[in-house]
Design a protein around this ligand. Structure first.
Ligand SMILES: [Zn+2]
Length: 132
């Protein structure tokens, strides 16, 4: 059994007549239906801006993670140290930025910042350790 679907002629005409524009500069395109850019210049500029945006986002996050990691490193002279949570807050430590979360076999949850980790031992104190 064959099915036939009627597509209104006006609908198909609208799609065919729809103007396509360069996704970088917005100028109207002509030529192949899958064309996205006017020319190589627009393609290259679009790629550069797209990559720059992605790199900027990643760099900003990495900078925050490294800032946190360096705070932990600077206060942990030996392998483990208990510090006041307020001291981390005073140093603009961002408790939302971490590279991972791990639970020990004792079900203690550590927040990781690369090779350092910490966990809150009570409302005021934080245990900071060298993770590896
Ligand atoms: Zn263009």
């Amino acid at each position: 059994m064959r099915f036939h679907i009627d597509v209104p002629k006006s609908k198909t005409k609208d799609v065919a007549d729809e103007k396509r524009c360069c996704i970088f500069c917005g100028r109207e395109l002509s030529g192949r239906s899958d064309k996205k850019f006017c020319d190589d210049n627009c393609r290259n500029n679009y790629g550069y801006q797209h990559n720059k945006y992605n790199n900027d986002v990643v760099n900003k996050i990495n900078k925050s993670l490294l800032y946190n990691r360096n705070i932990l490193k600077s206060i942990t002279k030996c392998r483990r140290k208990i510090v006041k949570k307020q001291m981390l807050v005073d140093n603009d430590f961002d408790f939302d930025m971490m590279t991972g979360v791990r639970k020990t076999h004792k079900q203690q949850e550590y927040k990781l910042l690369y090779d350092y980790a910490y966990r809150c031992v009570n409302d005021e104190d934080v245990l900071v350790i060298r993770w590896c």
